[in-house]
Write a protein that binds this ligand. Structure first.
Ligand code: NAI
Ligand code: AKG
Length: 386
């Protein structure tokens, strides 16, 4: 029985994908084979020897020690695109919230309950909540992946001019963009020309404070900023100061911190981007399928720390996670050959410092093989899947 530990609430549609005669799922189990997680912070966790994989039911993996996991032979998956529509819809909502003073107006209207002539009062007071339309304005998007690309197309459909910046734009993502979306190669063009700026890229130590005082200084007066990606991408102190100075008209963020909470013209949402039943189901199903294919077949799809690799084997599969260094593959195949085993098929792929080799072997696989491969310099983990 494989044990799957859930660190956050995972949609039942996803956990139902596991065959319960082979898998047990619980939020509290010792030494699981796999972990399913959403936003729980895992950097300080120690992992048991059985842990083969972690699946992030979502996009961002900054809550997971991805590099350490690879070093420990733990494959980390995410679910690309599975929650992108939910975030796109919240981003369109945020664009409107940043323009039309909807939050303030609704809360003012609610405050009129019990007053003698509310209908008359609202008509008299509504002018202070007027705000501009988004049609005809320029939206700058930083990061044109699954979410940014969908927002670009939706904003175009709403009559906005869209400019986007993404130095690592994939061909697939580019092909999904409406031809009218203008792609710029200098991020400063986004800052200089946008009425609204929204950011949709991963948070890493390198992308911390991508938008800070200097970037805000380049922006148009009255710019509206949206951050549904990660709080650390935009310096909260810099934005709050720019709001006080009148430079930034509004900041809508999905990430609460003590600097932005309660500040006028900042709308803080409680990390709601992916909180729709549809996206929670999509992410959980994709995460479960990735784990099952890895645990049972050794196939890797959508890993963030190991390469994608899959193979239909005719015999036994020997799956090896190893360092991406010269002679390791040769040493592994020699170790297998020395045990009298013939390799019928082989797949090898690498991602940065790590590599994955799958061998399809026929005939008896003596129990000594695992130890022999493990003894090869650079080998991190060996699994034999019959
Ligand atoms: N608020 C929420 O609930 C959610 C937030 N997110 C956040 O949004 C981020 C993006 O999600 P997806 O679009 O699904 O990921 P994605 O991987 O499809 O797209 C990210 C894009 O950012 C680009 N990028 C990377 N570094 C960049 C840089 N320095 N400058 C500009 N672009 C850069 C990549 O090339 C890629 O096209 C996630 O990493 C996550 O942090 C994602 C889902 C839900
Ligand atoms: O699971 C969630 O609610 C958070 C989603 C998210 O931030 C992500 O997918 O990166």
């Amino acid at each position: 029985m494989y044990k799957i530990q859930t660190l956050n609430k995972i949609s039942e549609i996803g956990t139902d994908v596991f065959d319960k005669s082979k898998y047990s799922i619980s939020d509290d189990c010792a030494n699981p084979e796999a972990i399913m997680v959403r936003s729980a912070k895992m950097h300080d966790m120690q992992f048991g020897d059985n842990l083969l994989a972690i699946a992030r039911a979502g996009a961002g993996v900054n809550n997971i020690p991805v590099e350490r996991c690879a070093q420990e032979g733990i494959c980390v998956f995410n679910t690309p695109g599975a929650n992108s529509n939910a975030v796109k819809e919240l981003a369109i909502c945020a664009l409107l919230l940043s323009s039309r003073k909807i939050v303030e107006a609704a809360s003012w209207a609610a405050s009129l309950k019990g007053t003698p002539d509310a209908p008359k009062t609202v008509e008299g007071g509504k002018s202070k909540f007027a705000g501009p339309e988004i049609a005809g304005k320029t939206l700058g998007i930083i990061g044109l992946g699954a979410i940014g690309g969908k927002i670009a197309n939706a904003a175009e459909a709403l009559g906005m001019k869209v400019i986007g910046y993404d130095p690592y734009l994939s061909i697939g993502a580019a092909l999904h963009l409406e031809p009218s979306v203008k792609i710029v190669t200098d991020i400063n063009e986004i800052y200089a020309n946008s009425d609204y700026i929204t950011i949709h890229m991963p948070y890493t130590p390198q992308t911390k404070n991508t938008i800070d005082t200097d970037q805000i200084a380049m922006m148009k007066d009255g710019v509206r900023l949206i951050n549904l990606a990660r709080g650390e991408l935009i310096n909260s102190e810099a934005v709050v100061k720019a709001i006080a100075d009148g430079k930034v008209a509004k900041y809508v963020t999905d990430f609460a911190d003590d600097v932005v909470l309660g500040v006028e013209n900042v709308i803080v949402l409680p990390h709601l981007g992916a909180s729709t039943p549809e996206s929670e189901d999509n992410c959980a199903v994709m995460a479960a399928e990735e784990l099952i294919d890895y645990i049972e077949n050794g196939n890797i799809k959508n890993s963030v720390n190991l390469p994608n690799a899959s193979m239909n084997a005719v015999g036994t599969k020997i799956c090896v996670i190893h360092k991406n260094v010269p002679t390791t593959i040769a040493s592994i195949t020699t170790a297998v050959g020395n045990e009298g085993i013939n390799i019928e098929n082989m797949v090898n792929a690498s991602k940065k410092d790590f590599a994955y080799t799958m061998l399809d072997v026929t005939g008896d696989v003596p129990p000594t093989v695992e130890g022999k491969i493990n003894a090869v310099d650079g080998v991190i983990r060996v699994r034999i899947i019959k």
